[in-house]
Design a protein around this ligand. Structure first.
Ligand code: FES
Length: 105
């Protein structure tokens, strides 16, 4: 289901923000003007990925430093770990994220 979560201005280039939508934390990243959304809860120990540091397309979790490519959800060192990503669309100045209907456990 499509959820409006922000305006474009709320997510500046090179930054990330976290939002709550459909009962889940969603991290949204602005990589050179393109927006990407990922599950906002780090799979390591639940850290807030939306509060991480974004370097190009890589976010570093603020808790213990796990790194993910936000365009794919892939962990940068462990190919077996892929974190869920969600499609993003922009209509006018509003940002929408397509989230699964099932809620996270
Ligand atoms: S909780 Fe994200 S690296 Fe540990």
């Amino acid at each position: 289901m499509l959820h409006r979560i922000a305006t474009v201005a709320e997510i500046p280039v090179g930054k990330s923000r976290e939002f709550v939508a459909a009962g889940r934390m969603v991290a949204v990243f602005n990589v050179d003007g393109s927006l990407y959304a990922m599950d906002g809860v780090c799979p390591h120990a639940g850290g807030p990925l939306g509060e991480g540091t974004l370097t190009r397309s890589v976010v570093t979790c603020p808790w213990h430093g796990w790194q993910f490519d936000v365009t794919t959800g892939r962990h940068c060192l462990n190919a077996r770990i892929t974190h869920p990503t969600f499609p993003v669309s922009v209509v006018g100045d509003e940002v929408f994220v397509e989230l699964p209907d099932d809620k996270p456990a």
